[in-house]
Design a protein around this ligand. Structure first.
Ligand code: SF4
Ligand code: SF4
Length: 241
């Protein structure tokens, strides 16, 4: 565990320092061409170290988790707390794929649905209510593929990597998430690593990227992307795609 934690600590500091150096000369919007190779080099290393840290934490626990390959009820959550560099990295990975346009449409639909569930309010309470209501609508992530596999597994954000359960997978579904028997939990990072990763994210403040996976990627798509999916393409609407 110490080894995985230390390597993540070093990488988080490196990420922050390298982004800082790069953005000292250029605004994030005009630095995309130079940010991309930096993130392509560092993010896979960060995610590998993060996964090693998580595995080490899970091994020390007295109980085994219930999560397994293909189990994916949790991929119907509206994913939040995604750092700007994660959005930029993921966007760089998906923007050339043939599925990109349909994914953009899927994200537009989900973002619109989520925002319609906020009762017109922007406070934290309204957000929490909307997160729960959204989950009950059972809208699997547009990146979820056949057999419950994540279509962007190697590049998925930390928010998707930190979520586990000690209870039966059926308790991760619909209203069961708020039942007392549900034992979903998150693996938090040590504070100093979390702080360095957050500082690296804060360097992109000027871009005003939303923290949610779908709205964040849509904003990156608007700025650097190549597909306007707001009008939609043929396919099922918010309750069926
Ligand atoms: S959190 Fe729940 S739904 Fe997600 S993989 Fe684990 S058991 Fe399955
Ligand atoms: S990005 Fe992948 S892991 Fe995250 S919610 Fe979507 S399908 Fe699931």
């Amino acid at each position: 565990m110490i080894e995985a934690e230390d390597s993540l600590r070093i990488l988080a500091k490196r990420l922050k320092a390298e982004i800082e150096d790069l953005l000292a000369e250029l605004a994030p919007e005009s630095a995309y061409a130079r940010l991309k190779p930096l993130l392509d080099g560092l993010m896979p290393e960060i995610y590998r170290s993060y996964d090693a840290f998580v595995s080490a934490v899970l091994e020390t626990g007295p109980e085994r988790i219930s999560c397994s390959k293909g189990c994916s009820h949790c991929c119907s959550h509206y994913v939040t707390s995604v750092e700007p560099y994660e959005l930029l990295f993921l966007h760089g990975k998906i923007r050339e794929s043939p599925e990109y346009p349909s994914r953009v449409v899927g994200m537009h639909r989900r973002a619109a649905l989520f925002n319609s569930l906020r009762d017109g309010k922007q406070d934290e309470e309204a957000e929490d209510r909307a997160l729960y209501r959204y989950y009950l609508r059972n809208q699997p992530c547009p990146f979820l593929g056949e057999g419950g596999k994540c279509g962007v597994y190697e590049s998925r954000p930390i928010s998707c990597r930190m979520f586990f359960s000690l209870s039966h997978p059926s308790l991760c579904k619909g209203k069961s998430v708020v039942e007392p028997g549900n034992r979903n939990f998150l693996i938090e990072l040590p504070e100093d690593i979390e702080a360095d990763l957050a500082r690296a994210g804060a360097l992109f403040a000027g871009m005003r990227l939303p923290e949610s996976l779908f709205e964040g990627l849509l904003k990156v798509n608007e700025t650097f992307g190549r597909f306007d999916g707001s009008a939609g393409i043929d396919g099922p609407g918010p309750t069926g795609s």
